[in-house]
Design a protein around this ligand. Structure first.
Ligand code: NDP
Length: 293
């Protein structure tokens, strides 16, 4: 069997096309464009490149964006103050504020993220937004989890009554995705197993999945022997490895072997990554709409 490809890039382009039209309608009604502020701490190349692709995508759909760059040595209190100032409008109007992760190790990331007011929290990380999601009345859904669910819906994959296994329980990916897939309604109603580094018999859990999502950050964690024939395998992981003397991006799934067993598979790159960005744009437009009501 060769799995069908879950093409995140093509889906993200489709989402951007409809967002562009919605942004135009918004701009026509309110005589302004939505605006996103990104806080980038330090000069880690990967973070700078993610921020660049977010800005490029924003520009493609007509959302304004600005990046506040601060040195890696910035302290927690400085960053909290900066986020509060951005929220107060000191860096121009803001519909959404995003703090690019990861933050340097000496910074209290929770304190900085908590400083983003819930109505500007387009990443969906604030406890108020996490709480709303857990109660089944989401406002801003964390972008990667929303992107995975969108990928499942777009492929027409049934979730109701199916067994979804998610490997990875982070607050930004695994946990919100478990809430989404187990919530009532379209793209939900699944029975969810949430695995992590202390899960016993990980392979056994994975083999029972109709939908298997890997969100760990370990190349080749998911092998062909861990996949039920015909299952949908969605790879959130992003890992940089050296292969054949070149630096490459790979996911958590052994793609070449797993595609022979799975029914559906998402690639890395070109899978969940572009959808994460598309969902950020959707959240930014939603924030602008909510603040304009
Ligand atoms: P975290 O490091 O916050 O979480 C990783 C999770 O994996 C933890 O729950 C951890 O368990 C679990 N884990 C670690 N080792 C194992 C193991 N051997 N077996 C089972 N579970 C394990 O990562 P994130 O959620 O932030 O990101 C996960 C991956 O997704 C990364 O590669 C990241 O780069 C990528 N990512 C991709 C995005 C995209 O847009 N495509 C967006 C965000 C992240 P425990 O809780 O017990 O420590």
């Amino acid at each position: 069997m060769t799995a069908r490809l879950l093409d995140g890039r093509a889906l993200a382009t489709k989402i951007e096309d409809s967002l562009r039209a919605e942004v135009q309608t918004f701009a026509g009604m309110f005589r302004r464009r939505p605006r996103l502020i990104v806080v980038l701490v330090g000069d880690v190349a990967a973070s700078a490149s993610y921020v660049k692709s977010k800005q490029q995508a924003a520009a493609r759909v007509g959302i304004d964006s600005d990046v506040i760059r601060v040195p890696a040595e910035s302290q927690t209190a400085d960053l909290v103050e900066l986020v509060q100032a951005a929220a107060a409008g000191d860096h121009g109007p803001a519909d959404g504020i995003l703090v690019q992760l990861p933050l340097p190790a000496h910074v209290d990331a929770v304190a900085v993220l908590d400083a983003v007011p819930p109505h500007l929290d387009v990443d969906g990380f604030h406890p108020e937004n996490a709480g709303l999601l857990s109660q089944g009345r989401p406002r801003f859904i964390p972008c990667t989890a929303a992107g995975v669910q969108r990928m499942i819906l777009d492929a027409g994959l049934e979730t109701a009554g199916r067994h979804a296994v998610i490997v990875g329980r982070s607050d930004i990916v695994g946990k919100p995705l478990a809430l989404l897939l187990s919530a009532k309604g379209p793209g939900g109603d699944a029975t969810v197993t949430l695995c992590h580094s202390r899960s016993a018999d990980l392979a056994d859990h994975c083999r029972r999945a109709d939908i298997l999502v890997a969100a760990v950050g370990r190349p080749n964690l998911v092998t062909a022997a861990m996949v039920k024939p015909g299952a949908a395998v969605i790879d959130v992981g992003i890992n940089r490895i050296e292969r054949d003397g070149r630096s490459r991006l790979v996911g958590d799934v052994d793609f070449d072997a797993v595609k022979e067993v799975a029914g559906w598979i998402s690639p890395v790159p070109g899978g969940v990554g572009p959808l994460t960005v598309a969902m950020l744009l959707a959240n930014t437009l939603l924030a602008a709409e909510l603040s304009s009501r």
